[in-house]
Write a protein that binds this ligand. Structure first.
Ligand SMILES: Nc1ncnc2c1ncn2[C@@H]1O[C@H](COP(=O)(O)OP(=O)(O)OP(=O)(O)O)[C@@H](O)[C@H]1O
Length: 719
């Protein structure tokens, strides 16, 4: 049985297929597919991956050479098998109470049972004002009894009867479980969970891609990955460009959903008992595996939450609530309430509430499973060029932990913490969907609009802007508390490995890189190692890292580029030149905001200890002038290359923005804003190029002087 079945909501009238059951990994097991990936004529020239795939042997890391396809296929099949087995293991959950259907538990004699079903307001942002005080976490293995199998009763009613096994340090009968092991004992441990964690998951090549002979261009390492992009030189010869990224974790195609859970959500489950809002969302192009990745997570998280509630927090009045809704076409629908349209409202305290959203109290995993299945079946799906069963909505499943304030249920329970799972609709470019109908394209525009709004918020947070444009879309309004206050966010970026998806993949990774930069918390040094790594090897720096800041031109930069007083003694041969240079650098100081000295500090250098000027000085000092000159030439060449890369990167960002903009169909004023910002970026880049030209002219002048000096002292000059 495919427990994760979901059903399309739209009829064939719109040109979209109705889907009755979704079989995970169907793309991998079926051959019927006629979708198109990135074959739009409009964007074809931007990425040549499809038509210019290098021979397989060029990629040493493929390992199985020409046999990659077959090997990949069997590996994929193993993954699928493992997934199904895992599902079975999961539903053989030893600690769940006997199954009682949610329908029957919610009604008795036609009456709703109190606390079992509570439609009403879901206050998405009530944490700051309504959270219960910090709850001390008891030591899990202290105390006489911890494990309660709860046979035939709700957990809350049950009494403990299994004693702690002191030798093993865990209760008899309690399965060894990461969540129990990782239970934080104090606030310090809560703080040790990263505020934003960015994980990348690479899926295997699917049947369609294998049939098209597309290659796996993603090489994964422990927490980094390399995208091998095939590019064409001016003379049309192919070359590979490597883009290297570092993230908190990189999960390759061999990694099971269980491992994904352990890496992403498991560490944050305990801290939602500590007044924390946590959000896990998947981002990536359509068909990259977001739904496949997200679907199992809430169930596993619920299992762990219930474990904690019934062991560590037993009899403390905690309750678990589930709600599930989708954002489709900018509107909210209740996936557990017959897809009833919902309203999002802001109250006087600017807290966003979803009016009418149904929340269900759950006390066993089986009930949650049924609710999730119900919600998934109700979710809007459709067929896109890239995914036959594409999520056309953002689905948000929330697990809220509440606690009764008075213990007798006379007052509604208050929110303690919340874990939200967001399966974002796939990002897909209009240009990739030429075979889709009008509705699909309109959906795509709406999806892209909300992803663009999300990007805007991330950018604003990244830049420490006072105003975060959360109101840009329904999605960002809902996501607001993911990024604010005492929150934890896990972003899973899903990528396809195929050469045909290279540009999408790079966009996803750049997006992820930007989100990752948020985790630096305004302290750029904190994550300096990984950032530097990204900057070193990839052209995919966050925009902010390549743009100048007001403080980026320092007096030190001027000072550093001229010799100190002692050195000036040795500099007599070009005394006048030095003075002129000094003047020039000083005069240009203001304009030099985007100076190369700043640029240099951000870009790869043959030797980061070497100031650009030093080889020149040594030219005049030492006899080994050719070597020094070569070093200088090399440095200049590196600088020019680095600058070229940055310009290319900016152009990519601009292209990406423009694509999103056009597809998001933004209102005129927003378009104007974007365009003027892009114009500012471009003019800054242009200023950078002017600076580079100045620098080169300066260099040529010095070279000329050097030649004069060398020839007058009898040295051979190679210039
Ligand atoms: N890691 C994986 N291993 C095996 N199969 C996978 C994996 N990731 C995705 N798939 C399969 O790829 C197909 C597309 O995945 P999925 O529907 O999750 O993509 P998506 O990103 O959610 O797409 P959309 O945004 O269009 O909804 C599905 O058939 C799914 O089973």
């Amino acid at each position: 049985m495919n427990g994760m079945g979901r059903q399309g909501r739209r009829s064939g009238a719109s040109g979209l297929q109705v889907h009755h059951q979704r079989q995970d990994s169907d793309n991998f097991l079926e051959t019927t597919s006629n979708g198109r990936w990135l074959q739009s004529a409009g964007l074809q020239h931007l990425h040549s991956c499809n038509n210019s795939i290098p021979p397989l042997q060029d990629f040493a890391f493929y390992g199985d050479g020409g046999g990659a396809g077959g090997g990949q296929g069997s590996r994929i099949y193993r993954n699928v098998q493992r997934e199904f087995n895992m599902g079975n293991d999961f539903f053989a959950e030893p600690m769940s109470p006997p199954v009682s259907s949610w329908q029957s538990s919610q009604r008795k004699n036609g009456e709703e049972l109190p606390n079992e079903f509570s439609p009403g307001l879901l206050d998405l942002h009530s944490f700051d004002t309504e959270l219960l005080p910090q709850i001390p976490v008891p030591n899990l293995y202290n105390g006489p009894s911890l494990y309660n199998p709860v046979r035939g009763r709700s957990f809350d009613d049950s009494e403990p009867h299994i004693s702690n096994n002191k030798q093993t340090g865990r209760a008899d009968g309690v399965p060894e479980n990461g969540i129990l092991k990782s239970l934080p004992a104090d606030k310090e441990k809560v703080n040790s969970v990263a505020k934003i964690k960015v994980v990348v998951r690479k899926r295997p090549l699917n049947k369609k891609e294998l049939a098209k002979n597309e290659k796996d261009i993603i090489e994964t390492l422990s927490n980094s990955l390399v995208v091998h992009e095939t590019k064409l030189k001016v003379d049309l010869t192919e070359y590979l460009e490597k883009h290297e990224f570092v993230f908190d974790a990189v999960l390759n195609e061999e990694v099971s959903n269980d491992e994904v859970y352990r890496e992403t959500v498991e560490p944050i489950v305990p801290i939602i008992f500590q007044r924390t809002k946590a959000t896990c969302f998947a981002y990536g192009q359509t068909g990259s595996g977001k739904t496949y990745t997200m679907k199992p997570l809430p169930l596993r998280a619920s299992r762990d939450i219930l474990r904690l509630m019934h062991h560590s927090y037993r009899n403390q009045g905690f309750q678990l609530f589930v709600s599930f809704f989708e954002i489709y076409g900018g509107k909210l629908y209740d996936l557990l309430g017959d897809r009833k349209k919902l309203c999002m409202r802001e109250d006087g305290k600017q807290q966003v509430c979803i009016v009418g959203l149904q929340e269900y109290t759950v006390s066993d995993v089986e009930t949650i499973k049924e609710l999730i299945e119900k919600g998934n079946a109700t979710r809007s799906t459709g067929t896109t060029g890239a995914n036959e069963e594409s999520s056309r909505s953002h689905a948000i499943l929330q697990l809220a932990i509440k606690r009764s304030v008075d213990g007798n249920g006379s007052k509604p329970p208050r929110l303690v913490g919340k874990l939200s799972f967001i399966d974002l609709a796939g990002s897909e470019r209009g240009a990739d969907t030429t075979d889709n109908d009008k509705q699909t394209r309109m959906e795509g525009a709406e999806i892209n609009k909300s992803l663009l709004a999300l990007k805007e918020c991330i950018r604003a947070l990244d830049n420490d802007q006072g105003h975060i444009p959360f109101r840009g879309s329904k999605l960002t309004e809902v996501l607001r508390d993911s990024f604010m206050g005492n929150s934890r966010t896990v972003m899973i970026s899903c990528i396809s490995p195929s050469s045909g998806s290279c540009e999408h993949t790079l966009n996803t990774l750049r997006y992820a890189d930007r989100v990752k930069s948020l985790s630096k918390g305004g302290n750029p040094k904190k994550d300096v190692l990984s950032s530097t790594y990204n900057l070193k090897e990839s052209t995919a720096q966050p925009l902010s890292s390549v743009l100048p800041t007001a403080s980026s031109f320092l007096e030190d930069d001027i000072n550093d580029t001229r010799p100190d007083e002692n050195e000036r003694d040795d500099f007599d041969a070009s005394e006048d030149t030095f003075e002129q240079e000094k003047l020039m650098w000083k005069q240009n100081g203001k304009r030099d905001q985007y100076s190369l000295s700043t640029l240099e500090s951000k870009l790869p250098k043959p030797n980061s200890q070497t100031k650009w000027k030093e080889p020149v000085r040594s030219d005049f000092k030492h006899s080994n002038s050719d070597d020094d000159l070569n070093a200088l030439l090399q440095e200049e060449e590196d600088l020019v290359n680095a600058h070229r890369k940055q310009v290319e990167e900016t152009m990519n960002i601009v292209k990406e923005e423009m694509n999103l903009l056009v597809e998001a169909d933004q209102p005129g004023n927003q378009l104007d804003n974007y365009i003027s910002r892009l114009a500012a970026i471009l003019s800054q880049k242009a200023a950078g190029i002017i600076q580079l030209q100045t620098r080169l002219a300066h260099f040529q002048k010095r070279l000329k002087e050097h030649n004069v000096l060398v020839s007058s002292s009898g040295y051979r000059s190679r210039c």
